[in-house]
Design a protein around this ligand. Sequence first.
Ligand SMILES: [Zn+2]
Length: 71
Amino acid sequence: MEMLQIIVDGEATSEQQEYFKNHMDRCLPCFKSYDLDMAIKQLLKSKCCGGEAPTGLIEQIKSQINQNTPS
Ligand SMILES: [Zn+2]
């Protein structure tokens, strides 16, 4: 999870990114967290640039990602 944070923040070395991408191919929990973190990060980014993020959009993204995963 610490590594995920580094990747999402764009602070990972190319070696770490490579390792994590390979890992995500086989690990659904990590893939899901990565997907979610990236979605939230994009959301915050667009908010910083002047866009208005509707309340509950993060929750919406979360449930979408959960729906995509067969239980
Ligand atoms: Zn994993």
